[in-house]
Design a protein around this ligand. Sequence first.
Ligand SMILES: [Fe+2]
Length: 295
Amino acid sequence: MNYYDYLNLSLELHLFFDRIMKEHSLFLELAFTEKENQTRQIAKKFQQAFNKLLQKSVEIAHGNITNNVIASGEFITPNTLIAEQQMNKYFECFIDTNLTKEEQRLNPGRLDIDRKIISDVTYINKEGLSLLKNFIKYQEEVLEQVLTCKIYTNAYPSFINHMLEEARLYDELLTGLFNGQFISKNNLYEQEIFWNHFMKEHALFIRGLLDPSENDSILLADKFAQEYQMIDNRYKGDFSKLTKASFNETLNFQDFNKKQEDLILSCKIKSMIMPLLSDHLLREANHYLRILNNR
Ligand SMILES: [Fe+2]
């Protein structure tokens, strides 16, 4: 792989996944009771560490990232800041909104390859990989404790598992890049299976977190979950049909996620969905759409 691809793909991965990981850490912190203070504190430390890593990535990315990926809405959406402000209103979580404002000012530009940027990107890749290994281990331990009923959580165990799977995917992609492996066609097919599975689970989480009286949205969320399942069953093994069906489905799902977020942020729907979770889910749909678009 040439330097241009290595730097470009590394920065894109960090800007998307570091924020996802930082928010997963926050969701984990908020999922446990006061009694599990140690578990919460570890989650908080991860949140701070991913925040720092994202900050560094944003600094490096200024002027070095394509407009196409900024415009995809996978790093931040027009509502991310509002969602964070609402979180700070509801919880004692002190989200770093300055970093989000910094990202709003992220400039596109043609990547300039020099020694400094190569060493900076290699630094964040190394940092990211070691942080991820620890984060994966922590999530595995937490999940084990939840599944054996040693600790209580207000998050679905499947949601904790889902976050763990996303961390493993990030680890796999970053490790590949770090070792100079280009993302192959094979790998893209696997990513599609992965992301369809993630989208299906998002739909199921939304379904389960809506107030039982929100019938229309519940039925719609359930329909998306069923359709993603159907796409995988029907087109497994046929890459081009799978991509086409996944693209159409995710376009609709992106729209559903957008509408749900608008309703949540404007207090027009009853649910237990945290404002930042709804923005987070939309960003993942945006990210998946960009991958599908680039096929
Ligand atoms: Fe997800």
